[in-house]
Design a protein around this ligand. Sequence first.
Ligand SMILES: Nc1ncnc2c1ncn2[C@@H]1O[C@H](COP(=O)(O)OP(=O)(O)OP(=O)(O)O)[C@@H](O)[C@H]1O
Ligand SMILES: [Mg+2]
Length: 303
Amino acid sequence: MFAANEDPVGRPLIEVVRDHRIDALALRARESGLEQAAEVELPATARIVQVRAVPLQDGDIVVLARDISRLRYLETVRQQFVANLSHEMRTPLAGLDLAAQTLSSQLPAEGDTRLFIDRISQEAQRLADILFNLNQLAALDAEEISVERTPFSVGDLVGSLIDRYQARAAAGKLILRAEVTADGLMALGDRAKTDQALQNIVDNALKFTRAGEVLVRASVDRNRVEISILDTGPGIPARDLSRIFERFYKVDRSRGGLPGSGLGLSIARHLVELQGGTIVAESSGGSGTTVRVRLPRQPLTLP
Ligand SMILES: Nc1ncnc2c1ncn2[C@@H]1O[C@H](COP(=O)(O)OP(=O)(O)OP(=O)(O)O)[C@@H](O)[C@H]1O
Ligand SMILES: [Mg+2]
């Protein structure tokens, strides 16, 4: 793992590993008496090693180094594969959709042929949505997405969100409303990313709720802003709650039913955590779901 050394026994650690970060890690472990860990890329060998420095009772330090280059390499290959695949598939899919739409427009409004061609178009659009999500996850994985950290009004954000979904809620006979409990509430983060995360959550609430209402509530929770989306839908069983933020995870996949690929919430989590926020889901099965997003709050400035 480390550049060869004639006879490492008895030499100072730094001479053997030739990396000041590893040496510093061992020192910190000795000084604090606590285990230290870090991932270090060794410039000499281009290897990535996971290093742990563990203090023993007699004052000695054990330094464990594990070569994880292969693991990191495979992760990168996987991410690039998904990114390339989703990118390459977008153009042919758009062509397919366009062809179907053109054909459809030339057919009479009624009849099986038109029905099936419209179906092709709808499914192509669903696939395009999945690819868009996959592509975005790939970009998030590759840390290609930058985040802003600027103050923005939570009231405005929630207001505009509600406006955009009002028609869809009405079409589903659902009540969609906002409740902003603090005036002039400001969050510190990325407005566009927060908006997208909230869209994914509201989309779920409207999709899974059969009757009743969806409430978007904004409030202050100590030094954080909290935006909760509450619905009166079927709820999420306790055993699934911790997993719904995983990629492709859907509750009771076998039931089929509602469209979606299980990517919306994993993207929402990424977008919120990028800003130093947190996201959790709560449900007492059968009686609605609450998803809470907490973001750093912009401290009040006195005029
Ligand atoms: N408000 C909700 N009420 C009930 N179940 C929910 C709710 N939100 C999420 N879920 C469950 O969590 C799963 C994951 O949600 P997610 O948004 O990630 O995926 P999706 O909505 O199925 O697909 P996509 O968002 O990619 O279109 C859903 O399939 C659903 O089973
Ligand atoms: Mg969703």
